[in-house]
Design a protein around this ligand. Structure first.
Ligand SMILES: Cc1ncc(COP(=O)(O)O)c(C=O)c1O
Length: 416
């Protein structure tokens, strides 16, 4: 693909250079249409049975994006009190929020309960704690099915070597604790990992959870977690997650289960990345170009404080180069190998290493693709840098500031 942003008209006719000048860089830019499209697809994975997609808002909690999720009709999963608060502020009613927590205090759990939000417990200890503060209540338990998968060791969230969930061999103990506190186990959930373009590991995990579900009586819901992938190598024509094929295979597995189980719990999933990753990019400014020991370094303002995924997971993000607001052609022009880095005091502060990119000049813009998920939500103020602003290219083509850039006054306010 020559250019993703031109192909999909990401900026909807607006000049990215003007947007960068007006709002400054680094800048997160979202495209409302793409986010709506992916959320709608995620919402319709299963149509034959009662089904709900919970947008996993850890990927991006910007209020405007949560409002899009709300209007598309997906529910949401939250991992912390902060995420619950953001969802409530966006207008989600408590019955549309599922709190999938991990190692939380009684106080945080109570916050969810007091707000009427369904809680999933991820250890026997947390289940006991829930029983102590809510005897006779109803909850879900997160199962660790013993196998996980994902694009990096750090995103594998099930299996024998992860902290998540209750192991299958402890299921009888779940019933013991539930009995002790008179708890109703209304649902089970899992999340085995992230970024599957090949749906087989997810589908295998579906089979596994459905097998485990047979051990529970009268479940109201079964939640299979998230993980649908996106093509991070789209400029090299990597293909999208095949939703249609996936949906067909997923439904066949549910058919078999419904027959055997004899009743029809609500099925759920928790897609995060799929909903928002492709709908977000980062515009960054090139401030310096130099050669060190034969390596050409392109120095930008997109540091690991703005996008940590490349440093944290060695993740690949496609990068397009913009000169005077126009994409520099990567198929016709000259290319050269460069290492693109940020302005943070870490040698790991690298967006890409030895990557063939069109010739980059000082003051050009880089556009980092697929940054809508685990981008802003993982930002930090490392090196006492300010968190960037976020703008939305709305469906009507207007450009809207949806979060202002942090200021030094914001930082100092914590000391007052
Ligand atoms: C419990 C849970 N559900 C859903 C997700 C979303 O995963 P993804 O963004 O891969 O869809 C995550 C990601 O870490 C998670 O931990």
């Amino acid at each position: 693909m020559r250019s993703f942003i031109d192909n999909v008209d990401f900026f909807k006719g607006n000049d990215p250079e003007k947007i960068a000048e007006k709002y400054g860089t680094p800048l997160y830019v979202y495209n409302e249409d793409i986010i709506r499209d992916r959320m709608t697809k995620a919402a319709n994975v299963i149509t034959k049975y009662p089904y709900k997609a919970n947008y996993s808002c850890k990927t991006n909690t910007n209020l405007e994006i949560l409002k899009i999720a709300l209007s598309v009709g997906v529910n949401a999963d939250a991992m912390s009190e902060g995420e619950i608060r953001m969802l409530l502020k966006a207008g989600f009613s408590p019955d549309r929020i599922f709190y999938v927590c991990n190692n939380v205090s009684a106080q945080e759990m109570k916050y969810a309960l007091d707000n009427g939000i369904q809680v999933s417990l991820d250890s026997l200890d947390q289940l006991r704690l829930f029983g102590e503060i809510n005897r006779g209540g109803s909850c879900a338990v997160r199962i660790n099915p013993g196998v996980g998968a994902g694009h990096h060791e750090k995103v594998v969230t099930a299996g024998k070597k992860t902290k998540f969930g209750i192991a299958e061999e402890d299921i009888d103990r779940i019933f013991d604790v539930a009995g002790e506190y008179d708890l109703k186990i209304a649902g089970i959930n899992q999340h085995v990992g992230s970024q599957f373009l090949d749906p087989s590991p997810f589908l295998a995990a579906v089979d596994n959870l459905l097998r485990i579900a047979m051990k529970f009586k009268k479940l109201e819901f079964i939640d299979f977690g998230g993980g649908y992938g996106i093509p991070y190598h789209k400029l090299d024509d990597e293909q999208e997650f095949d939703m249609e094929h996936f949906s067909k295979e997923f439904t066949e597995k549910l058919d078999r289960f419904v027959n055997e189980y004899g009743s029809n719990p609500l099925f759920k999933s928790e897609p995060g990345r799929y909903c928002v990753a492709e709908g977000g990019v980062i515009l960054g400014r090139v401030h310096s170009i130099k050669q060190n020991s034969g390596i050409k370094y392109v120095g930008t303002d997109v540091g690991m404080n703005v996008l940590v995924r490349p440093s944290m997971y060695d993740s690949w993000h496609d990068i397009e180069v913009l000169s005077n607001g126009k994409v520099v052609d990567r198929t016709e022009g000259k290319m050269e190998k460069v290492t693109v880095c940020g302005n943070i005091c870490e040698s790991g502060d690298v967006l890409c290493k030895d990557r063939e990119l069109p010739i980059i000049k000082d003051n050009d813009l880089i556009c980092v693709l697929d940054a809508g998920a685990y981008g802003y939500s993982m930002c930090s103020s490392y090196n006492t840098r300010l968190r960037p602003a976020e703008v939305m290219i709305c469906s009507d083509g207007s450009v809207k500031l949806i979060r202002r850039r942090e200021t030094f006054e914001d930082m100092f306010a914590l000391y007052e």
